[in-house]
Design a protein around this ligand. Sequence first.
Ligand code: NAD
Length: 273
Amino acid sequence: MRVGFIGYGNMADALASGFVGANVVKFADLTMCNKSNVERRESFRARGGTVVETARDVTEKSDVIFLAVKPPYIKSVLDEVRREISEEALEPKVFVSVAAGVTLEAMEGVWTTHDQKPPAIVRVMPNTPCLVGAAASGICKGSTCSEESLHRALALMSTVGVCKVIMESQMSALTGVSGSGPAYVFVLIEAMADGGVRAGLPRDVALELAAQTFYGASKMVLETGEHPGVLKDKVCSPGGTTIAAVHALEQAGVRAAMMNAVLAAANRGDELA
Ligand code: NAD
């Protein structure tokens, strides 16, 4: 499979590195174009990928094309593709937009406003842990996208983590949980490490223990299938250290803070749409 990237910044690099790391493609199968950032172009070329100048070139050289520019530029790069490449030539290809808030209707509108049939387009909301094969993503398909094209994109995304098929109306909610979510966890890991340092641990030890604790607890939730409340109850002995800490978290309103964080990101996603 030949995979292309129109726009190659942080997200595209995380995806490309994840796909290569998962052995589904080699860098030689990848093509990208990027308006700025010479360093990214040079390192992509050095790893064996093909760097081209335009969205048209990326599209022509790829079967699956990731749209990974910032949201305001999505429609203009698609319009470039529409003007330069015929509907027939686009037929076997699938476009995968990772742009927050840009709807399928808006992307397909680039073609429909000219009475042309849009190509297969899917929307994906990935997150940066795709770099380490542990993404939590969501995917939904446009009106002209076949199940086969959806599954081509889904299969690719599944090589770098979990990818859930959702309705487009749920995209902002998913952004609030997993799209933006790694940042919340990074903040919490840093805070937990700060607590460790405050209690007397060396910084590096505290940070590794905090990160490993998040990793281990997440693994337990995913692998045991037990409700996190049940797992929490199992480690809170009466009058013990853990319930004292849970009490402190509840007093600080940690649950409401996390729910508000998810809603803030979801609402912002709606505003950007
Ligand atoms: P970024 O700024 O790192 O990368 C965007 C790249 O697009 C830049 O390198 C820029 O040079 C290039 N570009 C701009 N206009 C272009 C054009 N016309 N043709 C070719 N290249 C062009 O941004 P990012 O963080 O990688 O985000 C890219 C997309 O990924 C956004 O739409 C964002 O909503 C989405 N996304 C990002 C994350 C994340 O964690 N960073 C998570 C989910 C979704």
